[in-house]
Design a protein around this ligand. Sequence first.
Ligand SMILES: Cc1cc2nc3c(=O)[nH]c(=O)nc-3n(C[C@H](O)[C@H](O)[C@H](O)COP(=O)(O)OP(=O)(O)OC[C@H]3O[C@@H](n4cnc5c(N)ncnc54)[C@H](O)[C@@H]3O)c2cc1C
Length: 323
Amino acid sequence: MKNIAIIGAGMTGLSLAYNLQEHNITIFDKSWRPGGRVSTRKHGNYLFDHGAHYLSTNHSVNQLNEVISRYNLGHVIEIDFATDYLKKEKTRKKIIIGKNGMNSIPKSIFENIKSKSYFNSKIIKISKNNNGTFSLFSEKEEFKNFDYVLICIPYLQSKELSSNFIDFTQVINEPSYDPIHTIMLSYKEINNINIKAGLNLHKDISFFMNQNIKFNELSHDCWVLNMSSEYTNNNIDIDRSALEKYAQSIFEKTFGIKNEINFIKSHRWLYAQTKVSYNSISKKNWITSRNNKIFLSGDWILGKSLSDAWDAGEKLSHHIKIL
Ligand SMILES: Cc1cc2nc3c(=O)[nH]c(=O)nc-3n(C[C@H](O)[C@H](O)[C@H](O)COP(=O)(O)OP(=O)(O)OC[C@H]3O[C@@H](n4cnc5c(N)ncnc54)[C@H](O)[C@@H]3O)c2cc1C
């Protein structure tokens, strides 16, 4: 049995933990909860999936589907979906959503995994001990005796954390991300909008989705908007209230909304979605240290979706099992 530290309790880290349960697993996350970018926010009576919106029904990662049905974590809904709102193109689309919001998927997976865990624990340093094991350090604590360290956080942060152990000169072209500002907004009255989700609402809003189709308990009309990556890149440090006013005005103008808004909030995801994956550059499925003890994984290895994150973790787990 190996002592394995997993840094990051997003879908990649959870996939590794799920697949390596025969080992002694300890999970660390800087946040207070598992799920990372799969995030369901509750503000008073409002609920928003403002990270990942849904899991595609077309993905090919069988194990993720098995896990979702094994623990009864999600269901398929069919909605009218604008494949391009500006061009007036739409389709009927099936999507998989969490039973209680998207974050209920990683939350329940985590609850079903045997592991020790430390939340609110940002790992800031890794060091190698004389006996060959590794110690991890948060601001407050040292965690000792790990045989392997699996780092499942965005690429640039994992590079910073592991640069004493990994020769990054071998990574000539680096994977990259697009940032996204998300906007959560709610109206007391239900607006008469018949398309519930879609792409290209406006040149600066790449995605929109109604939240009432996900959460039966909502009595207010709740929506999430994603600003386009191009807009976000050009306005990365924009004042939040200016951003919120801008997004609200586009939303209301597009749908002719006259009702009064009663909630609006924004969030900036700096590392929202993979732009260039590591596998597309290198054909490799992980990055490893010279001694094969420290590994980097994440959605950025394979692509930009939840299923890519799960797949990246699953692939690395097969390799760890044979070491
Ligand atoms: C706005 C938005 C919309 C999206 N929409 C979709 C969608 O509709 N469908 C879809 O399939 N995918 C979507 N995605 C992408 C999907 O959310 C990600 O691909 C997936 O969640 C990535 O999982 P991960 O585990 O690789 O990374 P993350 O979820 O980022 O997990 C990394 C974890 O590491 C933790 N961490 C970071 N640094 C440290 C440290 N030093 N010490 C300890 N912990 C640390 C973080 O707190 C986090 O929990 C979306 C993403 C965003 C942001």
